[in-house]
Design a protein around this ligand. Structure first.
Ligand code: FES
Length: 248
């Protein structure tokens, strides 16, 4: 169970990938004191506070809500504030790097612009049916559509799925799991007024049909969401529209 193991040694050997656009990435190793229930973010913060104040990384909430602390940990994308060292340690070593599939700003801070640009490209924005002057529309909470929308609503935009995705790695135009899951959420939202715009956005180059259904997104999502099923929903909806069975 996470946090239940204490490393046998009292120090961890931590290798951090350093660099950025102006300096090639290179590993740097630190010895960090080990303690029970230590998270990977605790380790990175200890290095920055005690060994090298120039180490650059990103975090905010520390409780798994903001999605800003994701990094590669021993080769796997993870939310570091909720990842206990004891769960991911290999021997006594830990390797931490910036998220895969994104440019690096510096050290452990990845540039999230391409990730969020793709949310826009996937039409991942609400198209209102009413103005603020209209009465609030009531929604049936058990409707099938609402259940589909609810399934992806807890995405924290951490980009772990985007970094885990081999399709993104091989096809930089691919919109990626998070943006497509957002599109599926809005497509199923009874309060969204332009479902055709969503299907237009996700059916083109780099859209849902570029997904190879490998499922790394669902495997690694720290919030246990299922982007793979959301993308499958978009594939069905776009195919249905193409063959004339338009929804709603
Ligand atoms: Fe907010 Fe990790 S610091 S999710």
């Amino acid at each position: 169970k996470a946090g239940s193991q204490v490393p046998e040694q009292d120090h961890l050997t931590v290798t951090v990938q350093r660099g950025g656009p102006d300096a090639p990435m290179r590993p740097q190793t630190f010895e960090v004191p080990a303690y029970e229930s230590q998270t990977v973010l605790d380790v990175v913060s200890w290095i920055q506070q005690n060994s090298d104040p120039t180490l650059t990384y990103r975090f905010a909430c520390r409780v798994g809500m903001c999605g800003s602390c994701a990094m590669m940990v021993n080769g796997v994308p993870r939310w570091t504030c909720r990842t206990h060292v004891s769960k991911v340690l290999k021997g006594n070593a830990l390797e931490v790097g910036p998220l895969r599939n994104l440019p690096v700003i510096k050290d452990l801070a990845a540039d999230m612009d391409p990730f969020f640009d793709k949310w826009v490209s996937a039409e991942g924005k609400h198209h209102p049916t009413r103005t603020r002057d209209d009465a609030i529309e009531s929604i049936d909470p058990v409707a099938q559509e609402r259940q589909e929308a609810n399934a992806g609503i807890e995405c924290i935009n951490c980009s772990v799925c985007y970094s885990a995705c081999d399709t993104v790695a091989g096809n930089p135009d691919y919109l990626g799991p998070a943006a497509l899951q957002r599109a599926w959420t809005l497509y199923n939202d009874a309060k969204d007024a332009d479902r055709d715009a969503i299907l237009d956005a996700v059916s083109g180059k780099g859209g849902c049909h570029s997904c190879h259904s490998m499922g790394s997104c669902t495997t690694y999502c720290p919030n246990e969401l299922d982007p793979l099923s959301a993308i499958a929903g978009l594939k069905r909806a776009t195919a249905k529209r193409f063959f004339g069975g338009r929804k709603g």
